[in-house]
Design a protein around this ligand. Structure first.
Ligand SMILES: NC(=O)c1ccc[n+]([C@@H]2O[C@H](COP(=O)([O-])OP(=O)(O)OC[C@H]3O[C@@H](n4cnc5c(N)ncnc54)[C@H](OP(=O)(O)O)[C@@H]3O)[C@@H](O)[C@H]2O)c1
Length: 285
């Protein structure tokens, strides 16, 4: 196996490469400095030069709020860039892992979304990622589409790091309590992706840490576990307007993971404990 990983400077790509290294799997990590995903020729050249058997496509335009006013750039990376990657993967007969998002769903109701439920993205980022999914599943047979949510890792900025920063400088913080989902530690997700690519169990999966919570509950757990004396005030989304609409229900069902015999990820609380330990070991807190 020979694996090309895009977005290696990002949270997930970084951890995928760490797992591949630990397992002695031949790989190459690439990012924007190697080629721009929107440049079809550059993507094709890079893929054909390395000739991977698997591509783990983690790179994306992930600035959800900025995407609302920067639509063209977002579609260029997430939709067109993915289509470019699909064509390149097909040209060398590589399997493709496409990382997608809970934001492809509309966030209605309180039930967990099944992989095949109707898609109804409510923001530009979600729509662009859904178009990326379509480029993959309409043209390929050897693919994994892995939808995840609320990702945090050691490498990059995320909600946990923001809460740690605010928690050490403020006595209280307001956090929305009516968006429910699952935080996901990129290290755990990367481990699953690396298990998946050793199989041919292609398909569409949901993968997040287990159990659901609100952002406010997540923030409170961060403050408590990091021993920060900062009160979390739960507020409704209506009191925290953002350029991009965010779904209230981000619950993802793991039935397809179970059916394929892949183990679910540990609970989000367990993951948060391990993440904080890792940040501490790295001297980052
Ligand atoms: N973060 C989340 O909460 C979340 C939730 C659900 C799904 N996902 C999906 O999970 C995957 C990994 O997310 P992440 O949090 O690891 O992302 P990330 O930390 O934002 O990393 C994305 C990487 O992609 C690179 N990139 C962006 N545009 C590019 C381009 N035109 N050409 C080449 N590289 C480019 C970025 O480089 P620059 O920094 O230079 O732009 C960055 O290194 C993504 O597909 C994302 O859509 C993330």
């Amino acid at each position: 196996m020979r694996v090309l990983v895009t977005g290696v400077m990002g949270q997930l790509g970084h951890d995928v490469v760490r797992h591949l290294s630990e397992h002695g799997i031949e790989h190459k990590g690439v990012d924007r400095e190697d080629f721009d995903l929107g440049d079809a020729e550059a993507v094709m050249r890079a893929v054909q030069d390395y000739c991977p058997t698997v591509i783990v496509h983690c790179a994306a335009y992930t600035a959800v709020d900025r995407a609302e006013s920067d639509m063209e750039a977002c579609f260029r990376v997430n939709a067109q860039g993915t289509a470019n990657m699909v064509r390149a993967a097909l040209s060398v007969d590589a399997a493709l892992v496409y990382i997608s998002t809970d934001y492809v769903f509309g966030g209605e109701g309180e039930e967990a979304f099944e992989t095949e439920d109707a898609k109804n993205p409510k923001n530009i980022y979600g729509l662009s990622k859904f178009q990326g999914e379509l480029a993959v599943c309409h043209q390929m047979t050897k693919y994994f589409i892995v939808r995840t949510s609320w990702v945090y890792g050691v490498h990059g900025n995320n909600f946990v790091k923001t809460m740690l920063r605010l928690g050490s400088s403020r006595p209280q913080v307001n956090v929305v309590c009516d968006q429910i989902g699952s935080p996901t530690y990129s290290w755990d997700l990367a481990a699953l992706v690396c298990r998946m690519i050793r199989t041919k169990k292609y398909g569409i999966y949901h993968a997040t840490n287990e159990e659901f919570c609100s952002w406010a509950e997540f923030a409170a757990a961060i403050m408590e576990k990091a021993h920060l004396n900062c009160r979390v005030n739960p507020i409704p989304t209506s009191e925290y307007p953002t350029p991009a609409h965010r779904p209230c229900n981000s619950r993802l069902s793991k039935k397809s993971l179970d059916a394929a015999g892949f183990s679910r990820l540990p609970s989000w609380e367990d993951a948060l404990d391990r993440y904080l330990r890792e940040l501490s070991l790295e001297g980052m807190i």
